[in-house]
Structure formats: structure tokens, C-alpha cells
Design a protein around this ligand. Structure first.
Ligand code: ATP
Ligand code: MG
Length: 351
């Protein structure tokens, strides 16, 4: 089976798209025998733009895909499947997936993208209606069928074992975020060191698993309740990425990866519900052991990371040089490149 990661935190701006971009593109370059697919289920389409060349080039490439009669995007695929109905044969995923290198020569041959699309936003009510449609036959399960649409796309890829899939998400818990969550098995959760990250971590477990006891009114409406009723599997927390924590506390070392409060919240969940986390060799009996098993720090990328995303060039391809961004000269130093490369490799090693 393919390996399916979702990069999700129900909080905006924590680094989901940036991490997806660096990790997926570098993982593909390091593993030429594997295939890597990025599915961009955020209507901002940030990771698609970075992968397709960054800056204005990336933006135009996404726009071109979105404006095709049958968009070569998540929206095109969803439209095709939903309009066909539950019994129609599935379209070939490769009619919608792009080999990134065909657009951006900096990327390796084994990296593919199902592009994001701003029309996901206006399409959301139609997706919800399809999921909430009454089942017309005993075998029909519209909610499950709609929620697993991208899981089926992944499972339909040829040579399935070779695929590593990274799904980027939107911070709001929209219907398309539910589809993203339902398509993957392992969650990569970026967190920052602030208090709202701790709150968001709690919210994440409530969205995935509901509250105990459930709310008497809203409890049955939740994604958690409906996923359970419909037999849709909930992904497990696999890796917590403490993003840019050094810019907050300036401390180096293995245990800087999470702020103490966020780590405590996660650890309490782990103690009470270990099944919400992926399996590890051995279990964690303390917060420190939990951090060592489940989290990794990601330092601030500085100029190197910003330019890598802007140019759609992997950090490991860049050299100490002066690069152009919006008509400005930007100096990227060898030391910055080395630090950023090491940081990305650490996250990949922790996968
Ligand atoms: N490790 C890092 N070092 C430097 N800058 C970073 C790092 N991680 C993220 N950023 C910057 O922080 C900003 C937000 O990152 P990003 O867009 O990846 O977050 P996001 O979680 O995808 O946001 P959204 O919720 O809007 O989708 C971007 O400008 C990005 O360049
Ligand atoms: Mg994003």
C-alpha cells in the first residue's frame, strides 16, 4: 500500500504548505525509486505554486490548470467523480495529476502534483450536498463515498507500493479539509511555540475524535461522529513538527521541539488514547520520551528557505549566490543553505 501523510493543523500560518513543499520535493530527490504525489487540498494553492516554479511563474501555472475546460486540479477530479455518481468507473488519476518536472525543471522526475484550485471554495456547498445526499440503494453510502474520493484516487495509482503521498490542507475545517483528512493515514502536525498552538492541538483531537461526553445537540453533527458512523478511518498523529521554535526561545537541543504546554497537552492525549498516535518501538512513559519519539524541531529557514520557495528550487540545488526576487538582489549564504538543508533532512529522517 501507498504511504499517505496529511499535513494538518487547524491553525493558519504554522508552516503546513512550506513543510509540504520542502519535505515532498526533497524526499522525492532522495528516493528516486519511489513516486511522490502532493495533493493540494487548500484553495490558496500555495504548495502548488511553490512546486510549479514559485513566484509569478508558479501562480500562472496554477491559473493555467484551473482555467482548463476540465481543470487539471483537485476541482477537476472532484467534479468528474461527483458528476459520475457512486457507480461510475473512476477516471484515470493521471488525467488530473501533473509531473512537476514538465513545468518546473528544478524538480525530479518522480514528483507529481494534483494541483490546488481556488474554485474549491465555491465548490464546497456542492461537495457537502453530494455527501449529505440520501442513500438511494441499500449499498450506497454517499457520505463515505465523497469523503474517500482522494483516498480512492491514491489507491488507484499504478504500482501502489511505490507511492508516498503528502496532502496539504487548509486551516479551516471545511468539507474539503474533511476529504483531505479522510484520504490519509498519518498526520504531520506543524506547531509553533505560542499559546494558540496549544489550543489548536486540543481542537485537533476534538475535531478528529469528538468530545467526551458528546454535546447533546452538536455531538452528532461532527466529522468525528459521522466518520465513526460511516466507517471512515481517522488518521493517526505521526509527527509533530515544532516549527521555528528557536525564533521564540533561542534554545538549542533535542527538547526544544515543542513548547512545554503543547507537549503536555499532546502527552496527556497520548497517555489516555495511545491509539490516536502511530505505533513506535516502545512507548513513551514521560513527556521527554514522548517528545523524543513523536516530535522534531524545524529551525527558521532564513533567506535560504524563502528563496527556495520563491524560485521553486530545492534547497539542496541552491548554491551560495545572489538570487533575484521581485527585481531585488538577495544574497543567500552557504551557511544558511547548510542549516536549512540539515533541518529538512531531520524532518524527513523522522518520517
Ligand atoms: N521554518 C520556517 N522558516 C522560515 N519561514 C517559515 C518557516 N515555516 C514557515 N515559514 C513562513 O511562514 C509563513 C507561513 O507559512 P505557510 O504558508 O507554510 O503556513 P501554512 O500553515 O501553510 O498557512 P495557511 O494556514 O495559510 O495554509 C510563510 O511566509 C512561510 O514562508
Ligand atoms: Mg498553507
Amino acid at each position: 500500500m501507498s504511504t499517505k501523510y496529511g499535513i494538518w493543523n487547524n491553525k493558519g500560518g504554522v508552516g503546513k504548505s512550506t513543510i509540504t513543499y520542502h519535505v515532498a520535493s526533497t524526499f522525492a530527490a532522495q528516493n528516486p525509486d519511489k513516486n511522490v504525489l502532493v495533493i493540494d487540498l487548500c484553495p490558496q494553492a500555495n504548495v502548488s505554486m511553490m512546486l510549479l516554479g514559485g513566484g509569478v511563474q508558479g501562480e500562472n501555472a496554477v491559473l493555467n490548470f484551473c482555467t482548463e475546460a476540465v481543470p487539471r486540479t483537485v476541482v477537476g477530479y472532484l467534479s468528474e467523480v461527483l458528476s459520475g455518481g457512486e457507480r461510475a468507473p473512476l477516471p484515470d488519476p493521471m488525467n488530473f495529476v501533473t509531473r512537476v518536472r514538465d513545468v518546473n525543471p528544478h524538480m525530479t522526475e518522480n514528483l507529481y502534483l494534483l494541483s490546488g484550485d481556488g474554485n474549491l471554495e465555491p465548490m464546497a456547498p456542492a461537495i457537502t450536498r453530494a455527501a449529505d445526499a440520501p442513500p438511494l440503494t441499500p449499498a450506497s453510502k454517499p457520505w463515505r463515498w465523497v469523503h474517500e474520493v482522494f483516498r480512492r484516487l491514491i489507491d488507484n495509482l499504478e504500482n501502489n507500493d511505490s507511492w508516498h503521498v503528502f496532502v496539504d490542507t487548509n486551516p479551516s475545517f471545511s468539507i474539503y479539509t474533511e476529504l483531505a483528512i479522510s484520504s490519509c493515514d498519518k498526520l504531520i502536525v506543524p506547531v509553533n511555540a505560542d499559546d494558540s498552538s496549544r489550543v489548536a492541538t486540543n481542537a485537533m483531537f476534538i475535531l478528529l475524535h469528538g468530545t467526551n461526553p458528546p454535546h447533546p445537540v452538536y455531538g452528532s453533527w461532527t466529522f468525528a461522529a459521522r466518520a465513526q458512523q460511516n466507517g471512515v478511518s481517522i488518521p493517526k498523529v505521526h509527527l509533530i513538527v515544532g516549527n521555528r521554535l528557536t525564533s521564540y526561545d533561542g534554545v538549542a537541543g533535542a527538547f526544544e521541539a515543542l513548547s512545554a504546554a503543547t507537549a503536555d497537552t499532546l502527552f496527556v492525549n497520548y497517555r489516555t488514547h495511545p491509539g490516536r498516535f502511530t505505533q513506535r518501538n516502545g512507548s513513551a512513559g514521560s513527556v521527554a520520551a514522548f517528545r523524543a519519539l513523536f516530535s522534531v524541531p524545524l529551525r527558521d529557514f532564513n533567506t535560504a528557505g524563502v528563496m527556495s520557495a520563491h524560485l521553486g528550487m530545492r534547497i539542496d540545488q541552491m548554491k551560495q549566490s545572489v538570487y533575484q526576487a521581485h527585481g531585488q538582489n538577495v544574497h543567500v549564504k552557504a551557511e544558511q543553505l547548510r542549516e536549512a538543508k540539515t533541518a529538512i533532512n531531520k524532518v524527513i529522517a523522522a518520517l
